[in-house]
Ligand binder design. Structure first.
Ligand code: 5GP
Length: 226
């Protein structure tokens, strides 16, 4: 009856740091990893303890990053907290064409640039339950100095006000519930009528009569009444 677009969807997820967006996406991948692909960004910031090249980021020097910008390597890039961050173009179209949904975990300026390039992308903002909880999580993470936490906290004030530019907001209070919500959003998006390519009628009237008159099928005698 309905032929829907086979292509994957581009999903942009932003959140203040400490809101738990990476954990939400990791959990989501555990549930539906076959149909999702998370883009790995490049950055000029130094790796944090435990981070791995090609898994968390591709780590480039400032000069290498600038060279890649000139070469048109990035779909979007930005300078955030003194470092470059960018989404490599490579693989994104390939994955979408194969019907795989692509997730970009990027900050708000990058999201706004993607909106100009791909207006039909799905924009999800993950919110921490409170600013107090956000600071607690950042401190518990133990990867940032107090000074950096304060910087990130100020950035959060700005970021939270941008939420209305997104299509969805998910408060990450309880992880499982937040993941359920993101999963539901992605499922609902697949049902949007603008993803329909063709509507067709797959049964002719004669066939309906045939089905109704078929004895094997006729449990309630409906066929005889027609
Ligand atoms: P972090 O240094 O905490 O890993 O990342 C800082 C911010 O940069 C986060 O909000 C993260 O989502 C964002 N970010 C990571 N990769 C990209 C990217 O490729 N493009 C943009 N615009 N932001 C990114």
């Amino acid at each position: 009856m309905i032929k829907s677009k086979k292509s994957g969807q581009l999903i942009v997820i932003s959140a203040p740091s400490g809101a738990g967006k990476d954990t939400v996406v990791k959990e989501l991948m555990k549930r539906d990893g076959n149909n999702l692909w998370v883009s790995v960004s490049a950055t000029s910031r130094a790796p944090r303890e435990g981070e791995k090249e090609g898994v968390d980021y591709y780590y480039l020097s400032k000069e290498e990053f600038e060279k890649r910008i000139e070469e048109g390597f990035f779909l979007e890039y930005t300078n955030y907290a003194g470092n470059y961050y960018g989404t490599p173009k490579k693989y994104i179209k390939e994955k979408l064409d194969k019907g795989i949904d692509v997730i970009l975990i990027i900050e708000i300026e990058g999201a706004s640039n993607i909106k100009k390039l791909v207006p039909e992308a799905i924009f999800i903002f993950i919110m921490p339950p409170s600013l107090k909880e956000l600071v607690r999580r950042l401190k518990a993470r133990g990867t940032e100095t107090n000074e950096k936490i304060i910087k990130r906290f100020h950035a959060t004030y700005k970021e939270v006000n941008e939420v209305t530019k997104y299509n969805y907001v998910v408060v990450n209070d309880k992880l499982d519930e937040a993941v359920d919500k993101v999963e539901s959003i992605l499922k609902a998006e697949k049902c949007r009528v603008d993803r329909i390519e063709e509507v067709y009628l797959d049964t002719k009237e004669e066939e309906i009569h045939e089905i109704l008159m078929n004895d094997d099928f006729d449990n309630d005698g409906l066929g005889e009444k027609i």
